[in-house]
Design a binder for this molecule. Sequence first.
Ligand code: SF4
Length: 353
Amino acid sequence: MSDTAALIRHDWTLPEVQALFELPFNELLFQAQSVHRRFFDPNQVQVSTLLSIKTGACPEDCKYCPQSNRYDTGLEQEKLMAVDKVLAEAKAAKATGATRFCMGAAWRSPKKKDMPYVTAMVKGVKELGLESCMTLGMLSAEQATELSEAGLDYYNHNLDTSPEYYGEIITTRSYADRIDTLSRVRDAGIKVCSGGIVGMGETVKDRAGLLIQLANLAVHPESVPINMLVRVEGTPLAEEAELDSFDFIRTIAVAKILMPQSHIRLSAGREEMNDEMHALAYFAGANSIFYGEKLLTTANPEANEDLQLFTRLGITPEARDVDRCDDEEEGRLLEQVQQQQNDKFFYDAAQGS
Ligand code: SF4
């Protein structure tokens, strides 16, 4: 077995993963960065845009989520968006440089009547030359096949936390339900996006347990979103203690070591992360972000802040091989990064005069 192949494992044990979490911070980051650069360009980050296509009124009881109809968070509910509106948003996302367009609906699972609309959205997004991703809740095997036939590239379904802590966070669907949906998605030939949330009062053992569940799947998820809890007023986790930033970075680093070929994605909670924390996360192996102003229903750093930071760190957006438009797409994003740089120089020159 080659050295590289030996890094892709599906038999991680709890003591091994807990030992990674216990490493001195610098040692852990060095290991994660070393593994990361075996598989990826360390100076590239993939960018996706996320749109909520159906907001709020979800019957599930996920304690972190402002979209659950059990909590009063003042969230404005919206029915399933019209297909042409979704495609107009996708077009705008493409114009600002996103290479993947993710669509999220607050459902327990999609109903039969919803499927023609969501499949039309997938087809339309693909026609624009973007990768498509959806998160619609639990899927039956038939629904996964329908989405696959429409051309869906990725399906997001998070495990959220460890099996042991899961019952503290959600009671309306089981851990096994989630694993089943992930298998149906994989069996239908759709790429898997699955991760979890850090900062919900879980222990380090739970963080290790979550990452082991993901890493010990037969195939690692292609994308692993690591979210930092957004403590939304009105949700049961609103008063949760603030997460130590270094514990968040440690989780990214361990995720990278366990799943070296996966894109580790910074998702919810980025609004509360400063530039230095973003930079540390990229060093620890995070190489994908949601880009744009809104992440479902919580604020997300504005796109140009991300581009400014990319410029300062010498990061370029990762090109995707969706279709012939990619070069054009990458060119556009690089142009924007360049423009940010020019603006900065102009600003510096003005300061100096
Ligand atoms: S996380 Fe998803 S399933 Fe859970 S309440 Fe929110 S929208 Fe519903």
